[in-house]
Design a protein around this ligand. Structure first.
Ligand SMILES: [Zn+2]
Length: 209
């Protein structure tokens, strides 16, 4: 695994761990590796494995989250010219419901606008729930039977999409929460072990002086 995926405190600890591993290898060559050193080396190796496993896990969860984030494609059109070819995404706006949507500028019309749908699946779920609710209310008052049937079919499809999307988002939310808890644990462990190794390193410096 690439060290670039590591956080700064993890990289710092890995550096220290490598220092002690090298030293242990040297001591082993000269046959002077004490039991205490051996225990330290084992602890280092265990933590290194744990660190990389954690970093790998974090990478996978964040990658999945990012792919979910990109699930929504706007297919935005300029409200003036109705075209999409000259659009440039300019930023993100939050509406009164707290939903985030992308903002665009049409370079043909020199107009800026906020797209009328959320830019992420989490807010899209709430948006669709509201939309379905409006459809359901409207369909009851619809006198035309064909329109009513079509709308009912559309409502059914929307419900199906939502039912598929919700558990995926929930799993991701749970993974993110678990990751944050684990991250805190690891940060504490890294901090403690780093301090311990730093003290061991200082002891060595004094001894070798
Ligand atoms: Zn335009």
């Amino acid at each position: 695994m690439n060290d670039a995926a590591l956080k700064a405190n993890e990289r710092e600890l890995i550096k220290l761990i490598r220092f002690f591993s090298k030293r242990a290898a040297l001591l082993m060559e000269t046959g002077t590796l004490s039991q205490e050193h051996e225990q330290l080396t084992n602890a280092c190796q265990n933590l290194e494995t744990q660190l990389y496993t954690h970093a790998q896990n974090r990478l996978a969860i964040l990658d999945k989250r990012e792919r979910l984030q990109k699930l929504i494609e706007d297919n935005a059109q300029c409200p003036k010219c109705g075209k999409a070819d000259m659009l440039k995404k300019t930023g993100v706006a939050t509406n009164e419901h707290g939903w985030k949507s992308n903002t665009y500028r049409c370079r043909r019309c020199n107009t800026t606008f906020t797209w009328n749908k959320p830019n992420n699946p989490w807010h899209m779920t709430s948006f669709l729930e509201m939309y379905i609710h409006e459809l359901e209310q409207g369909v009851q008052q619809e006198p035309n039977e064909e329109i009513r049937r079509h709308t009912e079919a559309a409502i059914g499809q929307l419900h199906d999409s939502l039912d598929r999307l919700r558990p995926v988002l929930q799993t991701s939310d749970e993974e993110m929460e678990a990751l944050q808890t684990k991250e805190k644990e690891m940060d504490r462990l890294i901090h403690q072990f780093k301090n311990y190794l730093l003290i061991e390193k200082i002891k060595l410096d004094v001894y070798e002086e």
